[in-house]
Design a binder for this molecule. Structure first.
Ligand SMILES: NC(=O)c1ccc[n+]([C@@H]2O[C@H](COP(=O)([O-])OP(=O)(O)OC[C@H]3O[C@@H](n4cnc5c(N)ncnc54)[C@H](OP(=O)(O)O)[C@@H]3O)[C@@H](O)[C@H]2O)c1
Length: 245
């Protein structure tokens, strides 16, 4: 195995995840492209390689225990260890025409699906990859959250926080809370774990309506994925600094 560092990005076939993988590759990481659809995954791997990246595809649906275990086994075979895990895969769940999710009309199956991907998916993938992360001299985990998960901002009537999102926004609050518990558990281990918000980015997720490019959105995840030893852990960051819980 080469001494090259390896980064796994979930949901790396498009959007912010793809650009996170591309940005890490440009910084010298071998990138493992986690994606559930074979065609989209291979297209992303080919595009990354065409740009000079060392990349390989990892079949990965974050909601499936068996697939996640197989993904960890594949990363072990290909790289022997993992240095960076970016838990980027996420869904909003269906939205109303105003692009929100009314709490009074919420389908509980939608809540379950959103939590399964955005929260349980992160726990599932993190725990499956943890033995490989522990083999790295400087493991870094980044959970791609959202500032809509900031309860402080959501509860501020004067804050510009977009529509009511009763399934999606709390899933990111939950993810933030889980991130803090991991950071507490990892205290003094050298593993740094943080949550980040990419800002409002033009991707499939937003119907390509955000003012920021996927590259701009990926920058904060790349920054936290490449923290030096002694960097922060258990924080919630956006481009301009920390996000209030
Ligand atoms: N865009 C924004 O403005 C914004 C703002 C704040 C936070 N975020 C967060 O940023 C992250 C990336 O979003 P994006 O804007 O880049 O959205 P996107 O373009 O829709 O990409 C989402 C990615 O997640 C993957 N994914 C969804 N469910 C999955 C599953 N069960 N297993 C594996 N992969 C799965 C998708 O794969 P498929 O192609 O197979 O569907 C896709 O690769 C999400 O966590 C989102 O919550 C986005």
């Amino acid at each position: 195995m080469s001494e090259m560092k390896t980064a796994l990005v979930t949901g790396a076939n498009k959007g912010i995840g793809y650009e996170t993988a591309a940005g890490l590759a440009a910084r010298g990481y071998r990138v493992a492209v986690g994606a559930r659809d074979a065609e989209r995954r291979e297209a992303a791997v080919e595009r990354l390689r065409a740009g000079g990246a060392e990349a390989f595809g990892v079949p990965l649906d974050v909601t499936d225990d068996r697939v996640v275990a197989e993904a960890a086994a594949l990363v072990e075979r290909q790289a022997g260890r993992l240095d960076v895990l970016v838990n980027n895969a996420g869904i909003s769940g269906p939205r109303d025409p105003g692009l929100g999710q009314e709490p009074t009309a919420l389908d509980l199956d939608v809540v379950r699906a959103v939590v399964d991907t955005n929260v349980l998916g992160v726990i599932r993938v993190t725990n499956a990859l943890l033995p490989l992360l522990r083999r790295s001299p400087a493991p870094r985990i980044v959970n791609v959250s959202s500032s809509v998960g900031s309860v402080t901002r959501q509860a501020d009537p004067s804050a510009q926080v977009g529509p009511v999102m009763a399934a999606y926004a709390p899933s990111k609050s939950y993810l933030n809370a889980v991130t803090v518990q991991y950071a507490r558990h990892f205290a003094d281990t050298g593993i740094l774990i943080n949550a980040v918000c990419p800002g409002l980015v033009a991707t499939d997720f937003t119907g390509f309506l955000g003012p920021r490019t996927p590259q701009q959105g990926a920058a904060i995840a790349i920054r936290l994925a490449t923290l030096p030893d002694g960097g922060p852990s258990g924080g919630f960051f956006e481009e301009d600094g920390t996000v209030p819980w």
